[in-house]
Ligand binder design. Structure first.
Ligand SMILES: NC(=O)c1ccc[n+]([C@@H]2O[C@H](COP(=O)([O-])OP(=O)(O)OC[C@H]3O[C@@H](n4cnc5c(N)ncnc54)[C@H](OP(=O)(O)O)[C@@H]3O)[C@@H](O)[C@H]2O)c1
Length: 255
């Protein structure tokens, strides 16, 4: 009854899957969330159960406020508490920044709907439950794109910048009960970039990233999971922080 509970959005793949597995390994009960890929989500559920967690598999598209609220209600009904929320679900469109005609207003709306509004709706839905146990943490998964001007598209960069600003605003508004922080991953080896760039460009980007970052390494999903877990479960005096997880590339190579 006293186990902590973590919700990780978009946990059927990549960073979200690694993060929800880490929470399970650390003794939390967890929610595995997905919007489309139930088979992949079910694999993550089985992995979390094998690690000793009680798991709720919950389909919810974070774009839909009613689905966010239904997820929060399911958590309240099952456990009556929520100690950690990782807003990881994200989307993009791959369009070169110089290709101004390549992005429509609808593209901006679609990307903001998931990356900004989706995170806001999840926070709004879960905040009352989270406030019952002061000290709990929310992490928004942002990107180096928010601060470097490099990323899959200008709409994506702008959405992650907005997510950072939202993190700072909600860190003030939800204190002292809830801490709100953001992580900024660099190039993470997940299906996201592999699918978006295609095999050849992906490998060239990977090599370039390793060469140009001080730590000579791309990022693994588990590296981001470590940061998310620490910001939620530790970091007792940290709120409104944006933490890079990028092998030092943004500060020391691009500066
Ligand atoms: N990979 C990188 O290099 C990188 C770098 C910086 C930041 N990030 C950020 O990290 C996060 C995760 O990326 P990833 O690399 O792990 O990508 P990924 O492997 O493609 O996983 C994306 C996850 O988001 C879920 N998702 C997408 N739209 C959703 C929605 N509307 N509602 C609920 N879930 C949704 C997907 O589930 P379904 O398929 O079931 O919908 C999937 O579980 C994103 O926010 C991304 O911007 C990634």
């Amino acid at each position: 009854m006293n186990k902590k509970v973590a919700v990780v959005t978009g946990s059927s793949s990549g960073i979200g899957a690694a993060t929800v597995r880490l929470f399970a390994a650390k003794g939390y009960d967890v929610v595995v969330n997905f919007s489309r890929n139930e088979d992949a989500a079910q694999v993550v559920v089985d992995e979390c159960r094998a690690l000793g967690a009680e798991v709720l598999l919950h389909r919810a598209d974070v774009v839909d406020d009613a689905q966010c609220r239904a997820l929060a209600e399911a958590v309240e009904k099952r456990w009556g508490r929520c100690d950690a929320l990782v807003n990881n679900a994200g989307t993009t469109k791959f369009v070169a920044a110089a290709n101004l005609e390549g992005l429509s207003a609808q593209d901006f709306h679609d990307i903001y709907a998931v990356n900004v509004i989706g995170a806001y709706q999840m926070i709004r839905a879960l905040a009352p439950l989270m406030k019952r146990h002061p000290g709990v943490g929310i992490v928004n998964v942002s990107s180096i794109a928010s601060v470097s001007g490099i990323g899959s598209s200008v709409a994506y960069m702008a959405s992650k910048g907005a997510l950072n600003a939202m993190t700072f605003g909600l860190a003030r508004a939800l204190a002292p009960e809830i801490r709100v922080n953001a992580v900024g991953p660099g190039m993470v080896e997940t299906p996201w970039l592999k699918n978006g760039l295609g095999a050849e460009r992906y490998e060239a980007t990977r090599q370039g990233y390793m060469k140009s970052s001080p730590l000579h390494a791309t990022i693994q999903a588990e590296d981001v999971a470590d940061a998310c877990f620490w910001l939620c479960d530790g970091a007792r005096k940290t709120t409104g922080e944006f933490m890079l997880v990028d092998s030092g590339r943004t500060r020391f190579t691009l500066a």
